[in-house]
Design a protein. Structure first.
Lengths: 285, 285
DNA sequence: GAACCCCTGTCTACGGTGTACACATTGGGT
DNA sequence: ACCCAATGTGTACACCGTAGACAGGGGTTC
């Protein structure tokens, strides 16, 4: 179960109008429907083929394997991330980024299998890149060095993923067992009985830490945004930070303060100004 | 592949000295070794049994199924989270929490399959709870309301997980294909060629955003800690926040400012002072 | 018109997974 | 000495992803 040929993936994901093709479209759409209705585990090549009225192996004429199918499913669905987005996008970076994250969570809730389907080295499809681009746009003009803009967006994306994964796992468990989260934990008395030897935990528990818990997504989102906020503020306050990579810059002993941490970063900025591209690792949305 | 009987899981995970039992210990240890050396996918009941010199079904005399085995593996390994921790633990909540997170990442790097093995409604074992307890202890005395202490620790734990998952996925891909991340991305020219229509992304790329990227874990860790930090500061500054759940409290029109957002939370605090327990959802480490 | 070929779909088969169930063995308590 | 429960074994089932050989059919070329 691996994508052996990234070149092919790139072509598939990025092919032009042909996306409204004959049958691949139908396969991917059916797979998404099936995964939405049941589970990612319910999407087997056999069940999917049966649902479409074909033989199992017929799918392999359009898709190289299961991994590729999942990649196509992912990008198909990624188109819905920004679907409900306000294109005007006013309100400053924080409001924009918050809305972006909330739309991401909503998408994950519409397609709970998304979080499960993560795997490294997916070729990002056009929809995924569009999502990434939009988030970058929100933070691009905050004065943060480019590398930190990307890092901040990646951090927030990772947070959304992580939160979505937890809520998806809870949903999956609820579907399977028919028991809600609260019910299940309430039944764990034999576990709680053993938690006395953990003083802090039981003290917090006694003080009601678990009675009116804040929504984990809202809570985490505000913390992460706060973290990015202080980064931006710090950036604005003192400028002795490299304009390219954001590393601290040793204060110049005399004369004008330095803009770059090293000769290498200075060179990078120069090349960027000249409009040439660079080399090195690519984007990882 | 599910834990049908949480009661049994609780007993297994929490049984006393019996942990140095006969064969279950050996099974779990061998499974961990196998997963460390290869992959979680390499731990099949057949391969594991063969490695131990028994039949496949022999394992089922000691373990109810694969899901239970994985749960036991998880808790076995969780014992190593705080193994290299300084018990004195000075340095304030931030240093403590940062060290905690770094130990977590290190653990995940020693056992890259940990991130894969996540599933909801694991009965937390004693080791997992100890890890949780330690993190709670770091933030417990910051003046944060109990619910927020728990939420903060959960947030940081989720972050560690998320970061570990990404690095584990990258490692897995490298192992499988023998190609490093940088190499792989460098070969994706046909992808980069299509990124021109995304102005922000390509501008940031030209400006060197991908040439000297900060370590994603370090970056994210500082942001999250900053976020928690501002929460603590805000908490200290103005006290018009509920002492139990942290929700904002409407300012009293006259007299002494309110401590609780509602009669319910006031009651909870009273019960906590009296030493009684509460009801409701349990801890989710 | 005939021959060709490629594209698509089908069929069979292989090696892998988790695990249910019936049977053999064995060791300890009565 | 007996019995029983615990432990290990063997076989079998229902899945999974997919490799490989084969059949039909439509468009292109002679």
């Amino acid at each position: 179960m691996q994508l052996t040929d990234p070149e092919r993936s790139t072509e598939l994901l990025w092919r032009a109008g042909a996306r409204r093709g004959l049958s691949l479209e139908r396969i991917v759409r059916a797979a998404v429907e099936l995964a939405d209705a049941e589970d990612l585990a319910a999407v087997s090549m056999r069940s999917l083929a049966e649902r479409l009225g074909f033989t199992t192996m017929a799918l392999y004429r359009h898709v190289r394997g299961k991994a590729e199918l999942v990649a196509l499913m992912r990008d198909e669905v990624m188109g819905g991330w920004d679907s409900a987005a306000d294109p005007s996008a006013a309100g400053g970076w924080r409001a924009e980024l918050e809305a972006w994250a909330r739309r991401g969570l909503a998408l994950h809730q519409r397609h709970p299998w998304l979080a499960e389907s993560e795997d490294a080295r997916h070729v990002p499809g056009p929809n995924a890149v569009a999502v990434f681009e939009r988030a970058l746009g929100a933070v691009a003009d905050t004065g943060l060095p480019p590398a930190q803009v990307v890092a901040a967006v990646n951090l927030l994306g990772g947070f959304v993923d992580s939160a979505a994964r937890q809520s998806a796992a809870a949903l999956r468990a609820r579907r399977r067992t028919g028991v809600s989260d609260e019910e299940w934990w309430r039944g764990r008395d034999s576990l709680f009985a053993r938690l006395d030897r953990y003083p802090t935990l039981s003290r917090l528990y006694r003080e009601g830490a678990y009675e009116a818990p804040p929504d984990p997504f809202d809570f985490g989102l505000q913390r992460v945004l706060d973290g990015i906020d202080t980064l931006i503020r710090d950036e604005k306050r003192d400028e002795n930070v490299c304009r390219v990579c954001g590393a601290p810059v040793s204060a110049a002993t005399s004369g004008r303060p330095r803009d770059y941490c090293s000769r290498a970063c200075q060179q990078r900025a120069y090349r960027a100004r000249k409009g040439g591209g660079g080399s090195g690792g690519g984007p990882r949305p």
